[in-house]
Ligand binder design. Structure first.
Ligand SMILES: C[S@@+](CC[C@H](N)C(=O)[O-])C[C@H]1O[C@@H](n2cnc3c(N)ncnc32)[C@H](O)[C@@H]1O
Ligand SMILES: C[S@@+](CC[C@H](N)C(=O)[O-])C[C@H]1O[C@@H](n2cnc3c(N)ncnc32)[C@H](O)[C@@H]1O
Ligand code: SF4
Length: 375
């Protein structure tokens, strides 16, 4: 069967960052943590019939800022989940945490309650840029949190999220951020180019963003540095030491299955007959509770499946095993023969007996490649 993971969304933040379009909000009347977790469990129970007793391979607790919740609450959440689904000792359980004073003490408690991967949302180490991004901590706070975390657990498995090409950020500042992240020796670094999303404050502001050519230079140099320090790029923005890919994200890009619970979470679950079901939960907490969590459930239509498969799998820096097409989508190779031929003609894909390989040109013109699969 296709591997399945569990995504849990905790939507609250102290303050909305001006670049963020994830489902997060700062309502003053936050509902009781335990009450929300009990809803999460009911939400999970409602989805369980879709997975038909399959084992959950990994869990990702994301947000929002899940690290705002008390340790006791997160412990309660994990205990409750363990009663509902089967987890093994090797199940990767990630939590997203911000590096502030609030997390300073909590960060050393996570491994005691079964969390074995921490994803720290650093964004930048530069105090001026932290301020511009609306972040509520300084470089010193980041240092304190990471030192505390590392001195309490030697082999802690953690990720650092960094963004580059920020407003008024120079080439040197972008590279300095990356070098600082590397100096803490995390197993994983997510290095994102800042994107300006509609519906965010940044979208309406006049920003001095990095020019495309400069961004290209930053990425080229950054890739060299990351490689030098043993980080393998396995996805457009994801780099890790050997064996430390984020299992949840990797599963997602391999077009694996996942249950999504919590406000605004989405899920994808393949049924025995190869039909692929998508679920979407209500974003707003009041609707989520009032209307029984689930906003929409629909089957991916036959004509969209190839596009969705390639949209995900093409993010990975890896050859595509042709057998995965049928395994993950139920599509036979002949059904996409014409599109593959076109991709080969355009020089986007190289074809060999067992694999399809995205070429340099294919990665460079990914949108054009994907358009070929739009029907
Ligand atoms: C949904 S956020 C949650 C993590 C946590 N609340 C935080 O702020 O660190 C996950 C990651 O997405 C990245 N991200 C969010 N908005 C982005 C944007 N507009 N452009 C690029 N990356 C973004 C950030 O690096 C962030 O750490
Ligand atoms: C952008 S990724 C960052 C991962 C991080 N770089 C790492 O390596 O652990 C995580 C974010 O994606 C979003 N996300 C992931 N899976 C989701 C799902 N099934 N439903 C809704 N949001 C999801 C959440 O906002 C979450 O904070
Ligand atoms: S970036 Fe993180 S802290 Fe900022 S609003 Fe988005 S989820 Fe919340």
């Amino acid at each position: 069967m296709i591997p399945i993971s569990l995504y849990i969304h905790i939507p609250w933040c102290i303050k909305k960052c001006p670049y963020c379009d994830f489902n997060s909000y700062t309502t003053k009347t936050k509902i009781d943590e335990i009450e929300y977790i009990n809803f999460l469990i009911q939400d999970l129970e409602q989805d369980l019939h879709l997975i038909n007793h399959r084992k959950i391979q990994n869990i990702f607790i994301g947000g929002g800022t899940p690290s705002l919740f008390n340790i006791e609450s997160i412990h309660y959440l994990i205990q409750k989940i363990k009663k509902k689904v089967h987890l093994s000792k090797s199940t990767e359980i990630t939590i997203e945490a911000n590096p502030t004073n609030i997390e300073y003490k909590k960060i050393i408690e996570y491994n005691k309650i079964g969390i074995n991967r921490i994803s720290l949302g650093v964004q930048t180490f530069n105090n001026v840029h932290l301020k511009n991004l609306g972040r509520l901590y300084t470089e010193q706070d980041i240092k304190n949190v990471i030192h505390n975390m590392k001195s309490n657990q030697k082999n802690i498995n953690f990720n650092i999220d960094i963004m580059h090409s920020l407003h008024n950020q120079s080439y040197f500042e972008a590279i300095e951020d990356l070098n600082k992240a590397i100096s803490y020796n995390p197993n994983h670094i997510s290095w994102y180019q800042l994107t300006i999303e509609p519906n965010t404050l940044f979208f309406y502001q006049k920003l001095n963003l990095t020019k495309d050519l400069e961004t290209e230079k930053i990425i080229k140099q950054g890739n060299k540095i990351l490689e030098k320090y043993g980080y393998i790029q396995y996805e457009i923005s994801s780099y890790c030491k050997a064996g430390y890919q984020c299992k949840h994200n990797l599963n997602y890009w391999k077009f694996g299955d996942y249950i999504g619970i919590g406000c605004g979470a989405h899920g994808k679950i393949t049924q025995k007959n190869k039909k692929i079901i998508r679920t979407v939960k209500f974003k707003n907490i009041h609707d989520y509770i009032k209307y029984n969590f689930l906003k929409k459930k629909y089957q991916i239509s036959h004509k969209d499946i190839a596009l969705e498969f390639f949209m995900n799998i093409c993010r990975l820096k890896k050859k595509i095993n042709k057998k995965d097409l049928y395994k993950k989508t139920g599509l036979k190779q002949q059904e996409i023969n014409n599109q593959i031929k076109k991709c080969i003609q355009e020089g986007y894909i190289k074809n060999d007996y067992k694999y399809w390989e995205i070429t340099k040109k294919g990665y460079q013109f990914l949108n054009s490649l994907l358009e070929i699969f739009v029907v």
